[in-house]
Design a protein around this ligand. Structure first.
Ligand code: MTE
Length: 321
């Protein structure tokens, strides 16, 4: 999902096609080039161990295990914090860890607004106490074709939503990342439309698998993974899992999402992991687990079909990608 300013893209990385005339379409070409590169890469040997040590912060206590966890072996803390998409910091997956280490996550307030009975501004430390912290070991499938297994710590998204008492007219939930160009270097640049935004249908948001992550491997969430609060929707491609959330709003119409704005023909609103629906320019049938050499088949809804397929009965997943 690499996007760079067209001027940053070496000609060897991309072959513009005649149809890629507008900025948006040109950038969509860059996404494909990035995916091709990402598919063949592995973690560099020389990762930023100093930044990792700093990110491996305070231990979280009172974490309960969740029946929703996979029994697959999680990727290492080092993998999970050194191969990241966090475009506010860099489009290079190895850079966000180092570049985000001084990002300020306190004080932090999340505004809950829109079609709710009780709009609120909640402090992050209040949010942490809304529900017991659960360890959720989830598969994480990036749209670019790589995957990991990540032991998140979080609370059900539904626990936060219930606080606000959404009105019956609220059909969607919209999420927004912080605007902090002083701290996030790429927010000063024309890399994506800032701030990063995402959305879910209300029933998706209330599904027990959808969580707000506040930790990783028993510790406070590293900045690079979206501290202090980040969405995790494990049956969807990773880009739905928006980081550093400051606003959650309820609406009756489908909210805009960053990647759909950038390339609507490639990234739909739903973004469910679907091995049968190719990305316009690459297959989604298989994935490479970071740390492995062989490719493995991608599972429908990323392996969570038993729990979530019912949300989409009657919906044409070919059209609603
Ligand atoms: N959220 C914000 N604000 N900015 C981003 O660039 N990248 C998305 C998603 N959330 C992104 C974001 C993408 S493309 C992916 S795959 C996941 O975060 C990566 O999460 P990870 O770095 O914790 O693996």
């Amino acid at each position: 999902m690499l996007i760079k300013k067209p001027s940053d893209i070496p000609s060897s990385e991309i072959t513009p096609k005649p149809s890629y005339l507008s900025r948006r379409k040109f950038m969509a070409g860059a996404i494909a080039a990035g995916a091709a590169l990402a598919g063949g890469f592995y973690l560099r040997e020389h990762m930023d161990s100093e930044a990792t040590v700093q990110a491996a912060g305070v231990k979280l206590s009172g974490i309960v295990k969740s029946p929703f966890s996979t029994s697959e072996t999680p990727n290492s803390f080092k993998d999970i914090t050194n191969y990241n998409n966090y475009y506010e910091f860099s489009t290079d997956k190895y850079e966000p860890n180092g570049l985000s280490k001084d990002f300020r996550t306190r004080p932090w307030t999340v505004s809950i607004e829109g079609m709710v009975k009780k709009p609120k501004k909640l402090d992050i430390d209040t949010i942490l106490k809304l529900s017991p912290l659960e360890e959720r070991i989830y598969r994480h499938r990036c749209v670019e074709g790589w995957s990991m297994v990540i032991p998140w710590v979080g609370i059900p998204l539904s626990a936060l939503i219930k606080q606000a008492e959404p009105l019956p007219s609220a059909k969607f939930v919209a999420f927004q990342t912080i605007s902090a160009p002083d701290q996030m270097p790429n927010q000063k640049r024309d890399v994506l439309d800032w701030p990063y935004v995402e959305g879910l249908r209300m029933d998706e948001a209330m599904h027990p698998l959808a969580i707000l992550a506040v930790g990783l491997y028993d510790e406070v969430l590293p900045n690079v993974d979206g501290a202090p609060l980040r969405l995790v929707v494990p049956w969807k491609y990773g880009f739905k899992s928006i980081k550093a959330i400051v606003k959650i709003s309820f609406t009756d119409s489908m909210p805009p999402t960053t990647w759909n704005r950038m390339a609507a023909n490639e990234y739909g609103f739903y973004s469910n992991v679907n091995p049968q629906k190719d990305h316009p320019r690459w297959s989604q049938a298989s994935e490479r687990r970071i740390g492995e050499f062989r490719k493995r088949p991608t599972l429908m809804f990323n392996g969570y079909a038993d729990q979530v397929a019912g949300l989409y009965s009657g919906l044409d997943l070919n059209k609603n990608y």
